[in-house]
Ligand binder design. Structure first.
Ligand code: GLN
Length: 289
């Protein structure tokens, strides 16, 4: 089980980890990204060689480790397990990528809104959090190729008079997750297709937003489709409206200062797409309706 490989870095440890990372020597790795990687550590550098077609060298914040920033309240992409570990599509995919690079995954669990800064600042090596590629984020981080598609959907209570995306303009308050594309769209001005900041409440994660819906604090929640399905399943009395807005692509973000790591991760990702592993992982967590 992949979970075994994952050492959890608690949310409260993120700041502390950052300080440690700043004071330590970065690790340089050379790798080819096709399977059968072997790793040798020497003089502060982890050198990985494998019988692959693509090669390059990259650095990670900690020797032999791929620090993956995520927000583990976003099933089926990432969530916590009862024993304090992490599970989900992004977690399995991170482990598969790390395997190819001769690294071990450490999950850095944090608020979604902190991930881009953690990655651009080099505290975490990559961000995998069902993160949609946006022009705004591209100013701060680079992205790999995409590995999944999504859309924003609307969750309401079963008796709601909000029936379509247009009806959202009637909502007094819309609940979103802080720092997400759903928040960006909804809080935008009406001229730009949004509903205005005054009508949006940002929560730390989607689970809390759905609890606010059930408590009558918001009239609707706008969030990504797959987590929405999971939230609705575990919160009777809620439903997803048929009409969705926006199509989005998920990708892995990497620091702009680490193009070598982006290339290595991207090569690994593309190999995992080509050999069917990515689809297998997605199928493990998302079953057809
Ligand atoms: N896909 C959305 C975004 O990128 C939400 C991601 C998340 O909440 N984990 O903003």
């Amino acid at each position: 089980m992949n979970i075994k490989k994952i050492a959890a870095a608690a949310l409260t440890a993120v700041m502390g980890f950052g300080l440690v990372a700043c004071g330590s020597t970065a690790t340089t790795s050379s790798t080819t990204t096709t399977g059968g990687a072997t790793t040798t550590a020497a003089a502060g550098a982890t050198t990985t060689t494998a019988s692959g077609s693509t090669s390059g060298s990259f650095t990670t914040a900690e020797k032999g480790v791929l620090h993956v920033a995520t927000n583990a309240a976003f099933p089926p992409y990432e969530s916590t397990t009862d024993d304090g570990g992490f599970t989900g599509i992004d977690i399995d995919l991170a482990n598969a990528i790390a395997d190819k690079l001769g690294l071990t995954v450490t999950v850095d669990n944090m608020d979604f809104g902190s991930i881009v800064a953690a990655v651009s600042g080099g505290k975490s090596d990559i961000g995998m959090a069902g993160m949609s590629v946006t022009d705004e984020r591209k100013k701060s981080v680079d992205f790999t190729d995409t590995y999944a598609n999504s859309k924003q959907v609307i969750i309401v209570t079963e008796d709601s008079d909000i029936q379509t995306p247009d009806d959202l303009s009637k909502a007094d308050k819309i609940g979103c997750q802080e720092g997400t594309t759903g928040y960006m769209y909804c809080s935008d001005t009406p001229e730009n297709g949004g509903y205005g900041e005054d009508h949006v409440i940002a929560y730390n994660n989607g689970i809390i937003a759905v609890q606010a819906l059930l408590a009558g604090k918001v009239d609707a929640v706008v969030i990504d489709e797959q987590p929405a399905k999971e939230y609705v399943k575990s919160n009777p009395g809620t439903k997803i409206l048929d009409a969705a807005f926006t199509d989005e692509d998920y990708a892995i973000c990497v620091s702009k200062n680490n193009p070598e790591l982006r290339e290595a991760v991207n090569n690994a990702l593309n190999e995992l797409k080509a050999d069917g592993t990515v689809q297998q992982i997605i199928d493990k967590y998302i079953t057809a309706d």
